[in-house]
Design a binder for this molecule. Structure first.
Ligand SMILES: [Fe+2]
Length: 369
């Protein structure tokens, strides 16, 4: 049996490594679009430092700041309208998952002139070179061929994917994550934790992917509280790398039931991705427990020192994260919509270690309300 390991072409990592960005861009081309968020990156002065360094390399750069959370088709169109007539050699995303995903969406759109909706369910084989510089530690977008996009008109949050969306270059500079708020650090950290666990328990897991998954599960479980609650820079650095490893893992296994169910919670009710995943994680572990291979269950039980579902719920509480939807959403949920949308994420459902029915999804949503 043979497997393919898909990872970004080049990865530079280490504290201060973002200063390699300009020189590396020069090796790819001359003209780049840079997207950034509305984040602390600007307030902390880090963005100015990065731009000063890039400007030493005689590059033509257009910067668009203020990319909002949760990429939407509408925002992607606005960006394309702003840059019409320019020919870029690549698109750079410096920010969290939303910014990196938007860089992928724009790189695809500029290259193919297609609406991302037309790529739904198809393998994307063409995009401009994508360069990612994560400033949060969790989404794993810096390692993956996926981009999540929301269609505001239908409240549909869907994925476009394909090997052309795997970054050509990823620079992981943990110092860029040091200024994350505790809430962003814990919720993005839990997203990475879910990537690691879901990839470990995915039907597509292999012995090589297990190495990435297990390292990430181990580090995040042991170090995320220290990174968030004690603001330990050493712990934050390891979490930045663990987020990348878990990104590599899901890039190769894809995510499973948690992500199928969390996507409509984000699309319809705007529950931040990591928070929605965290709420679903204990129920997911309880549901899958009878189907998890004994050696994998033992790894989790030994590491967590107890029943995985219960220990993970305690872990969420330690990080001051919600464990029920009703803690953050007070309106009545449209369960039929949630179940229908989760069920549509066929590729996630099929990867789940336990066969899943629509009724199972309904009951799992009920369990976490
Ligand atoms: Fe995720």
């Amino acid at each position: 049996m043979f497997h393919l390991l898909e990872i970004p072409k080049k990865v530079i990592y280490g504290r201060g490594s973002v200063l390699f960005l300009g020189g590396e861009l020069k090796k790819i081309g001359n003209k780049f679009l840079i997207l950034t968020g509305e984040t602390s990156l600007k307030r902390s002065g880090a963005l100015d430092r990065i731009m000063n360094e890039i400007n030493k390399h005689d590059l033509e750069i257009i910067v668009i700041t203020g990319i909002p959370a949760e990429p939407s088709l509408e925002v992607a169109k606005q960006i394309c309208d702003r840059i019409v007539g320019n020919n870029f050699d690549g698109v750079v995303g410096i920010g969290g998952g939303s910014v990196m995903d938007m860089a992928k969406i724009i790189a695809f759109t500029l290259k193919t002139k297609l609406n991302p909706l037309e790529a739904k369910g198809k393998e994307i084989e063409e995009a401009l070179p994508i360069i990612t510089v994560p400033t949060t530690a969790g989404t794993g977008s810096e390692a993956t061929k996926f981009a999540v996009i929301t269609d505001e008109s239908s409240k549909d949050k869907f994925i476009i994917m394909g090997k052309a969306l795997i970054p050509t270059l990823t620079i992981i500079d943990p110092e860029l994550t040091f200024t994350m708020s505790p809430l962003i650090a814990s919720s993005t950290g839990i997203d990475a934790f879910c990537h690691a666990i879901e990839s470990y328990l995915s039907r597509n897991s292999t012995c090589m992917i297990e190495c990435y998954s297990k390292s990430a599960i181990y580090d995040i479980y042991n170090l995320l509280p220290e990174a968030v609650l004690n603001q330990s820079e050493k712990a934050k650095e390891r979490i930045a790398y663990a987020a990348f490893w878990s990104g590599v893992a899901i890039n190769n296994t894809k995510t499973t039931l948690i992500h199928a169910m969390s996507r409509p919670l984000g699309g319809m009710y705007k529950i931040p991705h990591g928070i929605a995943n965290g709420i679903l994680l204990p129920a997911y572990l309880r549901f899958n427990a009878p189907f998890i291979p004994p050696e994998k269950y033992k790894f989790l039980k030994d590491l967590f020192q107890g029943e995985p579902a219960e220990k993970v719920e305690e872990f969420l509480k330690t990080l001051n994260l919600p464990t029920r939807i009703s803690q953050i959403i007070h309106e009545e949920l449209d369960l039929d919509f949630l179940v229908r949308k989760a069920w549509e994420a066929e590729f996630n459902i099929k990867n789940n270690i336990r066969p899943v029915t629509e009724e199972d999804i309904y009951n799992l949503f009920l369990e976490v309300i």
